[in-house]
Each structure stands twice: as structure tokens, then as C-alpha cells.
Design a protein around this ligand. Sequence first.
Ligand code: HEM
Length: 135
Amino acid sequence: MPKIDVSFILLSVLCLIVGIGMGIVMGAAHDFQFTPVHAHLNLLGWVSLALFGLIYKAYPALKTSWLAKAHLILSGSTAVIFPVGIYVSIAHENPAVAIAASFVALGGVLVFLANLVRVFFFAEKATTIADEALA
Ligand code: HEM
């Protein structure tokens, strides 16, 4: 999937925009009960997704497997659904969505690990874009 890096980075910035908006509203209202929602939207959404996108950009061989698309679906969806689950957990004392999403989030990272192992240990070329530019 050639645009996997771009997809991760665009989704991460959408999470950052919502996360910052939420931070501003929380600060203005002096109401911090949903701080864990804001924190996880920024960290699972902005930070983790952007990092995944940059790693796919750095190691193009990671993009050549269906594992990359599976990773985007799992980690991309849970970056949004997990914070929503935390919100439901705090507002309605029902942690079911957060618990389910946390296992999907773990699944996404395990798929990413499988892809890393495939490229770093079994692929013919695990070169970075910097290596390719120098070659
Ligand atoms: C302009 C952007 C942002 C604003 C206005 C903002 C605002 C806030 C506010 C009002 C709190 C609650 C503080 C409290 O409970 O006393 C908070 C907590 C937090 N924010 Fe942000 N935030 C912003 C960006 C970010 C970003 C980019 C990240 C992560 C990459 C982040 C991660 C966190 C974390 C982890 C906490 C929890 C800290 C704790 O409970 O000790 N925030 N933020």
C-alpha cells in the first residue's frame, strides 16, 4: 500500500486538531474530568500515528505487505475509538468500549511488530530512504 505513510500522518494531524481543540475547551472551562480522553487522543492519535507514518516513510519495504494496511486499520481506528471509549467510561461508567478498543490497539502493534520482523530479518532489502538516496 504505497500511501500508507501519508494516511498515518494525515490521520495523526486530524487527531492533533481535535486533541488541541479539546485541550483549549478544557482549559477555558477549568473542567479537567476528560483529561485522559485528551491525553490518549494526542498520544495514541497524534504521536503514535505520526511515528508509524514516519517509520513507513523511512523503511519503504514495510509498505509492501498486507500487514501495513491491517496495521493502519487497527491502529488508525483505535486511535479514535479508544479515546471515545475513555469518554464513555468516565461519563457513563461503562468501560466496555475502552476495554475492547485497547485489545484492538494491542493487535495493531503486534501486526506492526510482525511487519518489522518480516522486513528486518527476512526481506531481501531493509534499507532506509536515506540508504537508497546514497546508493
Ligand atoms: C494547545 C494544545 C494543548 C492544550 C491547550 C492542552 C491542554 C491540556 C489541559 C488543560 C490539560 C489538563 C491539565 C490538568 O489536568 O491540570 C492537559 C493534560 C494533558 N495533555 Fe494536553 N494540551 C495540548 C496539547 C497536548 C499534546 C500535543 C499532548 C501530547 C502529545 C498533550 C498531552 C497531555 C497529557 C498527557 C495530559 C495529562 C497530564 C496529566 O494528567 O498529568 N497535550 N492538556
